[in-house]
Design a binder for this molecule. Structure first.
Ligand code: SAM
Length: 275
């Protein structure tokens, strides 16, 4: 089709069939499953997903691409297997999918809204069971928090801890810039976040306490964790919680793994809510 890629909508279209199959293999949608695709674009990934999943729901913001897909995939739409929505994914309410029981989010997403998309769907009242996403390589490395050279655990960040609070991130593969048209300036990677749930949280208040701690803990990069937490908690409580959790008093936020953050948040939640 004749289409001038719009930078403002992060339009880098996948042209590598091997990568398209790797994304679909990682998510492995079956004929009884529902897939939500963000930004189907010219349909490269959509075609593969329609061949595997029972139903695909795709949200595309670009009016011209929406019209193109509507014609190109008219038969899947008529068979009631493909719902094409012309809109902004950031305004989409995942609750409308509850009717289907569960869904997988699979997408080559626009990079300028990667963080917003991940946050929106992980914290949604109706979360996907799994996400398989194309993101910038550096973001993928940050999410799995592994040193790309050695494969050893790397430094954690708000992003990696937030993702691990809800699911299990895995690095699927690196995708060279030449796999897209137009080619972006840097390489990308496919990541999978599986087993998405709220099972780590006792309830909504505990979830809130967890994120208050994580945000405060990472607020000032140069300060140690205890110093940052003292901005929102009594110093004694910070010292007790860290001591009980076996966390060094001079540790930095980036040194703590997800289980240590969960311990701290439970300790503080219990102290604040008197349990
Ligand atoms: N899925 C296609 C592929 O793999 O070739 C296109 C991927 S391209 C990186 C991102 C797509 O998301 C584009 O089609 C773009 O128009 C669409 N898009 C950008 N911002 C969006 C938004 N806020 N909501 C829905 N779609 C959006």
């Amino acid at each position: 089709m004749q289409h001038r890629a719009k930078k403002s909508l992060g339009q880098n279209f996948l042209k590598n069939q091997g990568i398209i199959e790797k994304i679909a293999d990682a998510a492995d949608p079956t004929p009884d499953e529902v897939v939500l695709e963000i930004g189907p674009g010219q349909g490269a990934l959509t075609k593969e997903l329609l061949g595997r999943a029972g139903r695909v729901i795709a949200v595309e913001k670009d009016d011209q691409l929406f019209e193109y897909l509507k014609t190109e995939y008219a038969s899947a739409i008529n068979q009631n297997r493909f719902d094409l929505i012309n809109g902004d994914i950031l305004e989409f309410d995942p609750e409308v999918l509850r009717f289907y029981g569960s869904y997988k989010l699979i997408a080559n997403i626009p990079y300028n809204i990667t963080g917003a998309i991940i946050e929106k769907f992980l914290s949604a009242s109706f979360q996907p069971e799994m996400m398989v996403l194309m993101v910038q390589k550096e973001v993928a490395e940050r999410i799995v928090a592994k040193d790309p050279k050695t494969g050893r655990p790397g430094k954690e960040s708000i992003l990696s801890i937030a993702v691990k609070a809800y699911g299990i991130p895995t690095y699927i593969c690196t995708v060279k810039a030449g796999s897209f048209v137009p080619a972006p300036s840097i390489d990308s990677a496919v990541i999978k976040i599986s087993e998405i749930s709220r099972k780590n949280f006792l309830n909504k208040h505990h979830e809130e306490v967890f994120f208050q701690l994580v945000k405060a803990g990472f607020a000032h990069k140069r300060k140690i964790l205890a110093g940052n937490l003292k901005n929102i908690l009594e110093p004694d409580l910070v010292a007790q919680a860290m001591n009980e959790g076996g966390i060094l008093l001079n540790a930095r936020a980036e040194d703590l793994g997800i289980s240590q953050w969960l311990f701290l948040s439970r300790y503080v939640y219990n102290a604040q809510y008197g349990i």
